[in-house]
Design a protein around this ligand. Structure first.
Ligand SMILES: Cc1ncc(C[n+]2csc(CCOP(=O)(O)OP(=O)(O)O)c2C)c(N)n1
Ligand code: SF4
Length: 277
């Protein structure tokens, strides 16, 4: 998070005039509300926040927020957010989207964003399906989730986002549930305050294509452990995790990315000359 003079806005002041078009009951609306509460709690001025997304129902979130935003290209939210944070380290950069956007087409970017450990927060609204394109399985879909599009289920072992983020170097790893706004707000505050790349998977039901996810409310439970800074311990816990433990699972202390290249006009001119065709 970047230091900026505190601002005294209410959570509702961070909501834009654009009316959300999410289906009634979609978990993403609660993620939006929890995010505004977290931003208000951190007293961040709107002009010091940028929310960057890809494409998908969840990726509509920047339009509903009263701050800078960019609704980018499917799967390319993290490169955009990375470029922005490197160019404008003074901004608080939040990247947001869905499991399809972040783990399928954007999966490679996730690995390198974790590795680079740039000081941004990445929020993935995971509904284990491609909602916007009408219900195809995503990388987090269970192998036996059967639907009209995939009778019998995809039959493929699901992607484990938190383990992969941890193994790739994320400095903060947490899971939240959209139906638990208080817990989600707290996790988002912690994630935005933690230096380096913080990764928050928010279980956010798609009530239209995954009505079974209405049961998540009964299935989630607080993580039985406190956050560790021991990556090996966190990995062991996550590998045996039932996928419904809610909480901060890893808080690392790796140094965040710092720009080592300073802008030197003379050096840039020399390089221009050297590479002149
Ligand atoms: C390059 C490209 N490929 C495919 C698409 C089609 N597409 C749009 S959204 C989407 C998946 C959305 O799923 P997810 O990111 O999980 O978001 P959700 O809608 O579930 O919130 C796909 C495949 C696209 N817009 N651009
Ligand atoms: S299709 Fe699913 S993810 Fe998209 S708005 Fe509707 S409930 Fe939400």
């Amino acid at each position: 998070m970047s230091a900026s003079p505190p601002c005294k806005l209410k959570a509702s002041d961070y909501i834009s005039d654009t009316k959300p078009v999410w289906c009634p009951g979609c978990g993403d609306i609660h993620v939006l509300l929890s995010l505004t509460k977290a931003i208000a709690e951190l007293a961040l001025p709107p002009e010091q926040i940028a929310v960057i997304s890809g494409v998908g129902c969840s990726s509509r979130i920047p339009a509903y927020l009263n701050c800078y935003g960019f609704h980018g290209v499917h799967g390319r939210a993290l490169p955009l957010a990375t470029g922005l944070k490197v160019a404008r380290p003074d901004m608080n950069v939040i990247c947001a989207g869905g499991d399809g956007d972040g783990f399928s087409i954007g999966g490679n970017h996730l690995l390198h964003a974790c590795r680079r450990n740039i000081d941004i927060t990445y929020v993935v609204m995971d509904n284990e399906v491609y909602g916007m394109t009408k219900g195809q399985p995503s990388p987090t879909t269970a192998p036996d989730w059967s639907s009209e599009l995939v009778p019998g289920g995809p039959g493929i072992s699901p992607f484990h986002p938190l383990v992969i983020a941890l193994a790739s170097g994320a400095n903060f790893v947490a899971r939240a549930f959209s139906g638990d706004p208080r817990g989600t707000t707290k996790i988002l505050v912690d994630a935005m305050s933690h230096p380096g790349f913080s990764f928050v998977q928010i279980l956010s039901p798609c009530v239209t294509f995954r009505p079974d996810q209405r049961d998540w409310k009964q299935m989630v439970h607080p993580a039985p452990v406190t956050a560790t800074n021991d990556a090996a311990q966190a990995a062991r816990r996550l590998m045996t995790d039932d996928g419904f433990n809610i909480g901060i699972l890893y808080k690392g202390s790796r140094d965040k990315y710092r720009q080592s290249v300073t802008s030197d006009a003379r050096r840039e001119r020399d390089l221009d000359e050297e590479f002149l065709l």
